[in-house]
Design a protein around this ligand. Sequence first.
Ligand code: ZN
Ligand code: ZN
Length: 224
Amino acid sequence: MTSDSATATSVTMDESILEEAGLLLKTGHATQKMEESINTMARLLICPLCDKIFKQPSTLCSCAHSFCMHCIDDFACSNWNCPVEGCNMPLSITGRHGGSYRKRNPQIAQTLESLQLICKQLNESPKNWWRSPSVLKSIEETLKERQLEKSDDDEDDDDDTSVDDALDEFRKRYRKVDRQNFGESRDFARSKKDDDDDIDSIDSDDSLWARGKRCKHDNKRDRA
Ligand SMILES: [Zn+2]
Ligand SMILES: [Zn+2]
């Protein structure tokens, strides 16, 4: 682990490390923010010797740096000082009441267990549980339509991509409906310029502008 890359890697962590420790979230079961927070916490639970999530976390009596129990025990067989860069405290120092040079750390173990429990519960929750029912319904409908349209040209797109695509499509459609209902006059000027945009092409023929012109004309005729 390099300490200077900590910020850059705060979002992404090796998935196999997370998976091994039961901290990998399945796609669609947590928001990006949740995932980032869990990854940030997981990074604090990494053993400096094996670069994996602590197993039987143990803390040195001399400097309070923590490691997996087996990692620090193996290391202590042939080394005399703490392996954390810049620390170098002698391993031989024992606690106030003597005993081993390192102690099991129940606080770290409990934190890890809690985090594992959170991940387990998130993974067992329904997909996209944080989204509103109407959005979920639209996603479902879009996905169904896509499946019908789907030909063999999409190879192995995973679930996540299709949900994201479905969301994009939902947003587009929402915009389209919004424009159909409220936006003709507001968007007409712009839509004339973006003829290539399929969303804007709705109001090319029978636009409010055209209708407005006709109305004016009719009014004039009526008055005459
Ligand atoms: Zn370790
Ligand atoms: Zn240390």
